[in-house]
Design a protein around this ligand. Structure first.
Ligand code: HEC
Length: 291
């Protein structure tokens, strides 16, 4: 294999190993970033829902306390406020969903699906667990869900969720006596589940990754082309010329060929000088011998 072949082969091997390592590492960083970006979005939505719940309890409930005695106003219910506001949010961002899923919900629309029930059971088994992150594939791409337990930590909740007799009759008129009762203090009755599509973040991560790798490959290509040009003019061409001249001289018909031209001050230039010197001595030795 020629000098150029050896040189290019070793550069290619270094490049392939380098790009493999850099690629694996940067893909990990970029995809982890995309994932934490999505988790962050989900956590923002959860925090928003928690604020709406708090606002409803602290501001709306006292305000409507008088009216609530004569007529049941779901607007004073934190779950109602949180799910209603998030429903509007979902109109603007259809792929983002918020659900207060319960195993035995007051509003049947909040009943946990089989998958959600698995998450709730996990929270019930281990009350110290505060977040569960899951992903699932959908036709529109992967969806990430961040779930938090819904635990009854306030006795006041039980007025509407323990036994139908304790709940306002006006509430029973609307929701009936069979759903959303039997909850106990400190029980995890459900989970707040925020689902966020990952497709946008993944597409962005892919674009970033491929532009980065494309950039690296382009830099490598430019470097290898420049090095090849340099190798050709600075090493291969002078060596080829020198070797052709040496062949001619060794065959005995190059003694009147012109001196090898020396350009620059690098190693090849000093090799050409030595070559010229050697050739001159050889020619004078031959002349001596012949005379
Ligand atoms: C005045 C009665 C009342 C009180 C007090 C009350 N809730 Fe509710 N809760 C309801 C009603 C009614 C719904 C159904 C709302 C809807 O249709 O979205 C509900 C829904 C929920 C839901 C959603 C799942 C479901 O059952 O539909 C959760 C979770 C919940 N409540 C938790 C609590 C917690 C925690 C407290 C105490 C901080 C509490 N509730 C206090 C009446 C009440």
């Amino acid at each position: 294999m020629g000098l150029r072949g050896k040189f290019n082969l070793s550069l290619l091997v270094v490049f392939l190993i380098g790009i493999g390592l850099v690629g694996a590492f940067s893909w990990r960083v970029i995809s982890e970033n995309a994932r934490s970006e999505v988790i962050n979005e989900a956590q923002l939505i959860t925090a928003e829902a928690i604020s709406v719940r708090g606002y409803t309890v602290n501001e709306i409930q006292p305000l409507l306390a008088e009216q609530s005695k004569t007529r049941f106003l779901p607007h004073t219910i934190p779950a109602f406020a949180a799910t209603s506001t998030q429903r509007d949010f979902t109109k603007a961002f259809p792929d983002y969903t918020y659900k207060e899923a319960a195993l035995n919900p007051t509003n049947p629309g909040h009943r946990a699906t089989a998958e959600e029930a698995v998450i709730i059971e996990q929270f019930r088994k281990d009350p110290t667990q505060k977040t569960i992150i899951t992903t699932r594939e959908t036709p529109a791409g992967p969806v990430l869900s961040v779930s938090r337990p819904l635990q009854i930590t306030n006795k006041a909740c039980l007025s509407c969720h323990s036994v139908p007799g304790a709940a306002p009759a006006s509430m029973i008129d609307v929701y009936g006596p069979s759903n959303g009762f039997g909850w106990t203090l400190n029980e995890v009755i459900g989970a707040q589940i925020v689902s966020v599509p990952m497709q946008v973040a993944l597409t962005r991560a892919n674009t970033l990754f491929f532009s980065f790798m494309g950039g690296l490959t382009a830099i490598f290509a430019v470097v290898i082309i420049l090095l090849n040009i340099l190798l050709h003019f600075a090493v291969i061409r002078p060596i080829r010329a020198m070797s052709a001249l040496a062949t001619e001289i060794s065959a005995g018909d190059g003694s009147d060929a012109p001196e090898f031209s020396v350009n620059g001050k690098d190693e090849i230039a000093s090799l050409s000088q030595s070559f010229n010197r050697m050739r001159r001595s050889l020619v004078s030795a031959m002349t001596l011998l012949e005379s």
